[in-house]
Design a binder for this molecule. Structure first.
Ligand code: DGY
Length: 323
């Protein structure tokens, strides 16, 4: 019997490729990343399964060209790059990789919070440039303590909840905002308090974003929000870049409307060395590494393959978006 065809927009771990090769005829894009749209246009017409990454735009126009496609399996927890509603209409399953990256991403959010509030990366830049002149001055390179400060978690889902646990051990006060309250028992266990979105913005010393990128959250953090933040507050984003209006953020940081930001995600990735963010001191920049540990990336590959396998055989992926 002819093997089903699977296309990967980029290579994955050897063990994952080996697994795929046992069952499918696989092809891996090896050129420029992201794969040029024209190439994906042609490929999608021929394949039964697609493995993609968070920067691949899988919209209705592309999906429409698919003739045999049964499943889109993304190597990410975020799926805002896929028109999942349209895929469902076309009876194409969509798999994603939640759960396995929860701790890892929460850890990054926590380390970014520590980094920007203690000015670690800023200090590193100063040392490397040879600009470290003052030693141990009373006001030199001072950051803030996290103990006793208020962390505002926007989106108390899987990752936000683990971040709350980490922050608790740092004796932070934790408030959160979600579309709705989480159950009281969970609030009690985590030691968190529900507040309105406005209160979250105005009362937090650090705001950490953990909501998906949707029509409702698109560019939600803009100049109006920044004006409501404490002048001493920090903003951390490990969710999606498009939740923040970057031009407004650049202006706010330059004018010191609030104290600083730490970002792992951007409107368009990668950002280059001339991006305005790179000229600002009170910002920590990470190259989208929220899930990037050896252990977690391997687990993500395992689930990506499993989702692909189930979906291509007409079954619901282990972690499926909607259908
Ligand atoms: C994802 O997998 O979508 C996240 O961006 C991990 O960093």
């Amino acid at each position: 019997m002819k093997k089903k065809r699977v296309f990967l927009t980029r290579t994955l771990h050897d063990f994952a490729l080996k697994e795929l090769k046992k069952k499918y005829q696989i092809e891996i894009h090896s050129g420029k990343i992201p794969i040029p749209r024209k190439k994906l246009y042609l490929k999608i017409e021929e394949i039964d399964g697609l493995i993609c990454f968070p920067y691949d735009v899988i919209d209705s126009e592309l999906i429409d060209r698919a003739k045999n496609l049964k499943v889109i399996s993304t190597y990410s927890v975020g799926f805002d790059h896929i028109d999942t509603e349209y895929a469902k209409k076309r009876k194409i399953r969509v798999g994603y990789t939640p759960e396995v990256l929860t701790d890892t991403t929460a850890d990054l959010a926590f380390s970014l919070m520590l980094d920007v509030t203690r000015r670690v990366s800023e200090g590193d830049r100063i040392v490397r440039k040879g600009d470290w002149r003052e030693i141990f001055g009373a006001y030199d390179y001072v950051g803030i303590d996290l103990q006793g400060k208020t962390l505002g978690i926007f989106g108390l889902g899987r990752i936000g909840s683990i971040l709350a646990r980490r922050a608790k051990s740092f004796d932070m006060k934790i408030i959160y905002h979600n579309r709705k309250h989480v159950p009281r028992t969970k609030e009690k266990t985590l030691g968190v308090k529900y507040v309105s979105f406005n209160k979250l913005i105005s009362q937090s010393d650090v705001i950490s974003i953990h909501v998906p990128h949707t029509k409702q959250t698109n560019q939600l953090f803009d100049k109006k929000i920044f004006q409501k933040m404490k002048k001493s507050a920090f903003l951390v984003n490990t969710a999606r870049g498009k939740i923040i209006n970057e031009n407004d953020l650049i202006e706010a940081l330059k004018k010191k409307i609030f104290a600083g930001a730490a970002l792992d995600v951007f409107e368009s990735e990668p950002i280059g060395k001339n991006h305005p963010f790179t000229k600002i001191q009170n910002i920590t920049l990470a190259p989208h590494i929220g899930s990037s540990t050896k252990e977690t990336r391997a687990k993500m590959a395992e689930i990506t393959v499993k989702n692909l396998h189930l979906g291509i055989n007409g079954k619901k992926p282990k972690f499926s978006v909607g259908y």
